[in-house]
Design a protein around this ligand. Structure first.
Ligand SMILES: [Zn+2]
Length: 124
């Protein structure tokens, strides 16, 4: 295989990655200070998230935390408050470690990509 094809392949795959991200991913960070907000019906945020999404991936097995990229047991996930660049707020499952690590200024500095299908709006 000739090396001269590589720049083309790299350019196409870069474009594809950008398109993919635009279509299916949202860039978000943990929201700052959300401790006083409660989910409806006395649910925890992760319970509320499961109810709204019907997502079985997080009921069993070892999902990947979108915030740190690590595989963790499902029981270690919480419903984290996240916010996108236009200040829209969502609930997104992340591991407990990330949820407690990214507070205040730490949260502001840590942006990550998450599948749009994992985000739900916060009820008002
Ligand atoms: Zn994590």
């Amino acid at each position: 295989m000739s090396k001269r094809f590589n720049p083309t392949i790299m350019a196409v795959s870069k474009e594809f990655e950008e398109l993919w991200n635009t279509l299916f991913q949202e860039r978000v960070r943990h929201d700052v200070d959300t401790s006083d907000e409660c989910a409806p019906n006395n649910l925890s945020w992760i319970e509320y998230w499961k109810q709204e999404t019907n997502n079985c991936d997080f009921s069993a097995g070892s999902p990947i935390c979108p915030s740190c990229g690590k595989t963790k047991p499902a029981r270690e996930f919480v419903g984290a408050h996240v916010i996108d660049k236009s200040n829209k707020k969502y609930i997104c499952p992340t591991c407990k470690d990330c949820n407690s690590k990214y507070k205040g200024d730490n949260a502001k500095a840590h942006w990550f990509n998450v599948k749009k299908s994992l985000l739900i709006s916060i009820p008002r």
